[in-house]
Ligand binder design. Structure first.
Ligand code: UD1
Ligand code: MG
Length: 464
């Protein structure tokens, strides 16, 4: 018997209870959209050509979000129910045969291991379908699993259609199914929208298949909290917390110190070396790679960046798509805005912003500076208040500062401009012309002294 798995993820609905303009599956938890999580889980069970997402609301955006994964899409223009979502997928799905696994796009925490266990159970029992159920303390909102006296599953009754006795049952349909594809496609058209919602319920397949003489098996899940769908922003926050907890636990077990881990946000995609310390409220996001022995200060945000070993990131520092060399110190209160290359041993201090800037090893910019579109050599000292004027109102221009130069405090470098190696720029200078190597450049008005001026003014003001 063909037991190859095809996965269909239902994600056409808007998700009214989110109270959002955005389709529910486009909301994020753990740094990714819900649909990305559920697609990535599916890809642990089946190759991309056997994974399909049923899209409807904001299908273009959902399509863009999962495009990189190479999975198929099924367009459900009108949402007439979870059964209907599959009926319209017949052309793509039926020919694939094997086993059809179905779950919902709003369940980002489902572990692939539960899906695999359900599939294994289905292979053993040869039932027409296996549905995952769970005993919930509060099953409100879920379909209830009705069994006969012998304990066999007979039907699933939706919350809105159940009698009080049925609704007292705590065994819920969590919304994860494995069907024998041949049997499913033979009978799917027998679904009828004869319920108050006038929807084609996928859950009615249980009754349809039993009527056709098949058996349905239930796979009771042990840890239901991972399987539950997200319907509102409280559940979204809980899922986000679960992802964050999982990641920081992984990091701590792998040799990273995380202080007050419940406050720290690290995306799943991030790699961190041993003996790095992450302080409270830090966020390490996207495709960031952090070396060994680094220190990420409280409230720092590091996104899509590479930090070599022993980098010190001070509190309240923001680093975006930049590279920082070994032993460099950045912050507190520094901003590496984008596309910066900070060489080993560099010191970037408080209220210094870098944008598209390369700064060579041993250089220092310790206080209050803006360095944009710049190439700065080695062992350069950038004084407090230095500004590269990289924008002329229309275009951005480059500033080059040679190695071993000294830029005095409050220097203004009007780009494009080139400073040779080993030169000095006097404090307070406005530098508009190239400075040759080993020169001193002064670009400021000469100081004037008026002897006794202040005393005279004081004396005059005492006269009646
Ligand atoms: C469904 C189940 C219920 C189960 C619960 C678990 C049915 C009839 N009921 O109810 O037994 O306990 O999930 O969470 O299946 N969708 C489409 N097209 C549609 C309708 C829905 O793609 O026409 C998608 C939605 O985007 C959503 C998923 O299917 O991701 C589930 O739909 P939803 O309306 O949330 O079903 P529930 O009422 O939660
Ligand atoms: Mg739901």
């Amino acid at each position: 018997m063909d037991t190859r798995v095809t996965v269909a993820i239902l994600a056409a609905g808007l998700g009214t209870r989110m109270k959002s303009r955005k389709a529910k599956v486009l909301h994020q938890a753990g740094g990714k959209t819900l649909i990305e999580h559920t697609v990535e889980t599916a890809l642990e069970l089946a190759p991309p050509e056997r994974v399909f997402v049923v899209v409807g609301h904001q299908s273009d955006e959902v399509q863009r979000t999962v495009a990189g994964h190479g999975v198929g899409l099924i367009h459900q223009r009108e949402q007439k129910g979870t059964g209907h979502a599959l009926m319209i997928g017949r052309n793509s799905l039926a020919q694939l045969g094997g086993l059809l696994v179905v779950y919902y796009g709003d369940c980002p925490l489902i572990p692939a291991s539960v899906l695999q266990a359900m599939v294994e159970s289905q292979k053993k029992t040869h039932a027409a379908a296996t549905i995952v159920t769970a005993d919930l303390d509060d099953p409100t909102g879920y379909g209830r699993v009705i069994r006969d006296a012998a304990g066999h599953v007979r039907t699933v009754v939706e919350q809105r259609d159940g009698t009080p006795e049925q609704l007292a049952i705590r065994e819920a349909n969590v919304g994860i199914y494995c069907f024998r594809a041949d049997v499913f496609w033979k009978h799917v058209d027998e679904l009828q929208p004869n319920n108050p919602a006038r929807e084609y319920y996928l859950t009615d397949m249980v009754e349809v298949l039993i009527r056709a003489g098949h058996t349905i098996d239930a796979f009771r899940a042990q840890n239901p909290s991972q399987l539950l769908g997200i319907n509102n922003r409280i559940e979204l926050a809980a899922a986000d917390r679960a992802f964050r907890e999982r990641k920081v636990r992984e990091l701590m077990l792998a040799g990273v110190t995380v202080r007050k881990p419940e406050t720290v946000t690290v995306d799943d995609t991030v790699l961190v070396g041993i003996d790095t310390v992450i302080e409270p409220f830090a966020q390490v996001l996207g495709r960031t790679v952090i070396g060994e022995g680094c220190h990420i200060g409280a409230c720092a945000i590091v996104r899509d960046s590479q930090l070599a070993d022993d980098v010190e990131v001070g509190p309240f520092t923001s680093i975006g798509s930049s590279r920082v060399g070994a032993g460099a110190q950045v912050g507190p209160y520094a901003r590496l805005r984008m596309d910066n290359d900070v060489a080993p041993g560099v010191h970037i201090g408080n209220f210094v912003e870098l944008k598209k800037t390369r700064i060579g090893s041993g250089s220092k910019a310790m206080h209050l500076a803006y360095l944009g579109d710049s190439a700065i050599g080695e062992d350069v000292n950038i004084g407090a208040g230095t500004i590269t004027c990289n924008f002329d109102g229309r275009k951005k221009h480059q500033t080059t500062i040679g190695s071993h130069s000294f830029v005095g405090s409050n220097a203004t470098l009007v780009a494009p401009v080139e400073i040779g190696e080993g030169s000095y720029l006097a404090a307070g200078s406005v530098i508009t012309d190239p400075v040759p190597s080993d020169a001193l450049a002064l670009g400021r008005a000469r100081q004037v002294i008026k002897e006794g001026w202040a005393r005279k003014r004081r004396d005059n003001s005492h006269r009646p």
